[in-house]
Design a protein around this ligand. Sequence first.
Ligand SMILES: [Zn+2]
Ligand SMILES: [Zn+2]
Length: 521
Amino acid sequence: MFKKVETTMNFVPIENAIIDFWNKEQIFKKSIENRKDAPNYVFYEGPPTANGMPHAGHVLTRVVKDLIPRYKTMTGYKVDRKAGWDTHGLPVELEVEKQLGISGKPEIESYGVEDFIKKCKNSVFTYEQEWRKMTERVGFWIDMDNPYVTYNNTYIESVWWALKEIFKKGLLYKGNKVVPYCPRCGTSLSSHEVAQGYKEVEDPSVFVKFPVAGKENTYFLVWTTTPWTLPSNVALAVKSDYTYVLVEHNDERLILAEGRLEVLDGEYTVIDKFTGEELVSTNYEPIFPFFEEEKDKAYRVVTADFVTLEDGTGIVHIAPAFGEDDSRVGHEHGFPVLQPVDEEGKFTEKVSPWAGMFVKDADRGILKDLSNRNILYKSQKYKHSYPFCWRCDTPLLYYGRSSWFIKTTAIKDRLLEINKKINWHPEHIRDGRFGNFLENLIDWCLSRERYWGTPLNIWVCEDCGHQHSVGSIKELKELSKEPIGDIELHKPYVDDVIITCSKCNGDMKRVPEVIDCWFDS
Ligand SMILES: [Zn+2]
Ligand SMILES: [Zn+2]
């Protein structure tokens, strides 16, 4: 029979007494040993990071992680439970940067990559004791004495093996795409990282007049929330079947979509109408003089499907360097990619008035300049949600950069099919948050232009461009030009390994990137 439960009962001493009993009698260990011949149910923990303090959210996940294995134990399985530690990535690097009082990649390089990654390695178990205490206190059974650690060679080898399998299937590729990029961290981010950092902000909402070529006092009225992308403009996009109007307004003539006339302040007279299609190939004057040499290749009207009448003027400014849609349009029409922004998010000499300035800080100056030249129709504030770096809180920029991707879209149908069979709790996640994520799947931006991570295991021939993915230490040793002894699979060590090209006998070097630490974990 059970003991009677007192209404004045205090749970804390009872829980502590149970924990003491479990420890003294080694109940977790016995739960495995007693079932030596039982069928296996294997549990590898999805690894947390120990370079931060555990918090209440971790209690929730650890309770869930205990629930399933405990149930399996109670139904007769032998359940080995292995703890894991997630040890790579930007969060670790940022902590070390803070610790060393340095910031950004140039300062890391001058500090020395080898010393830097050693510091990273030393910092990752800072809060291990706190994690152990919390884990024991919430009654989570897990073997924390023999954990797997994502920075160990054995683990990196497993990741390399997986990546090589993906590479062999042709699903790991280098692409030049517009990706979300943190100018402070100097690296691109994946869509799930971006999703963690949206904030409500006020950005400029501006209406700019682009002079129609050869027509005095006539302008395309164009809306943008990123004035800093205007120097990189190469085209204006309209929708082919929308109706556009030419209006007389404040002693000048403006062209915009009929469905967006509401953006005009004050009286106007419509003097002509045309379809978007009829505007195609109309030339306009570039509003900045920074790319004179491209004048013949750009600055005309094209059509695009993504133009809407929800906001703006029905005419969209196209800067292929800074938008995914823009990049596609630019590619289709052979427009140049005008990229005057450096790795730190600052204007280069190309945009001389604001050279060296962080682009978002240059917005104000750009607007003032447009206003002085009387081509700013109006400027307002616009509240919207904008992504910030989930680690360092810097506003992200969308850059055209060459990055490595996993072609997850190639297996999208299969993912959707399997998702339908998953027993989700709560059930609405299946078609809600997770289902939506899968429906809108894009290729996984895998590479990070950083230091402390699993090095991307691809070597490229300097002569013929042949690519090879190395799947293990054994293979690395076999292929290396120079004999190598014990090697730690991290930057900068693996970068010294040169492989002979199987196609042309040239030298193959590893690509400089590491991978997204979310792939490790
Ligand atoms: Zn950042
Ligand atoms: Zn070669």
